[in-house]
Write a protein that binds this ligand. Structure first.
Ligand code: S3P
Length: 183
């Protein structure tokens, strides 16, 4: 008989900026009671400054290094598992991150079309990568580039359009239950 190690029971949300990861993360947390780790929030708290300032003062690569370091930490922590991990939209850009994410549990890709993403992200100036002349073109280009990475990383792709956070959380929990009982 082949006794395989069961995968750690983390629920990990990936997807573009404005795809609803934070909202769905909170819904999953309130339904499941697992600790919620919002990676952007943890990085901002540790750095004592918002992501816009981290990008301005140290550049994107510095931020990406913080992201990878936090992922390694979550991966290696003694109580790894039973967490809801909400990631930043660009975390899938590094191969190491994609490998770490997939090994940490059930990865769910929240997907929304460009116009919906634009509508949601244009309400504030929190996303340094979208502070450009033509944010719609930037969203389209980044999304095209990242699509294969989300695809490669995620166990499940969820179309978020027309569904609220609660509805999405219920569907994700159903699929996660199946995944964890048939790894
Ligand atoms: C980024 C997404 C942001 C944040 C940073 C970079 C990206 O997180 O990590 O601004 O590269 O897509 P959200 O996806 O939570 O907006």
């Amino acid at each position: 008989m082949n006794f395989q190690e069961p995968p750690p029971k983390n629920l990990i949300l990936v997807g573009f900026m404005g795809s609803g990861k934070s909202t769905v993360g909170r819904e999953l947390h309130s339904r499941l009671g697992y600790e919620l780790v919002d990676m952007d929030t943890v990085i901002e708290q540790r750095e004592g400054r918002p992501i816009t300032r981290i990008f301005e003062e140290n550049g994107e690569e510095y931020f990406r290094d913080l992201e990878t370091a936090l992922l390694r930490e979550l991966h290696d922590s003694p109580d790894a598992g039973r967490r809801i991990i909400s990631t930043g939209g660009g975390v899938v850009g590094r191969e190491e991150n994609r490998d770490l994410l997939r090994s940490m549990g059930y990865v769910v890709w929240l997907h929304a079309p460009v116009d919906v993403i634009y509508d949601r992200t244009s309400r504030n100036r929190e996303r340094p990568l979208l502070q450009t002349e033509d944010p719609i073109a930037k969203i389209s280009a980044l999304m095209e580039k990242r699509q294969p990475w989300y695809q490669e990383t995620a166990h499940l792709k969820v179309d978020t359009n027309g569904l609220d956070g609660g509805e999405l959380a219920v569907g994700i929990l159903e699929s996660a239950r199946y995944f964890f009982s048939n790894p």
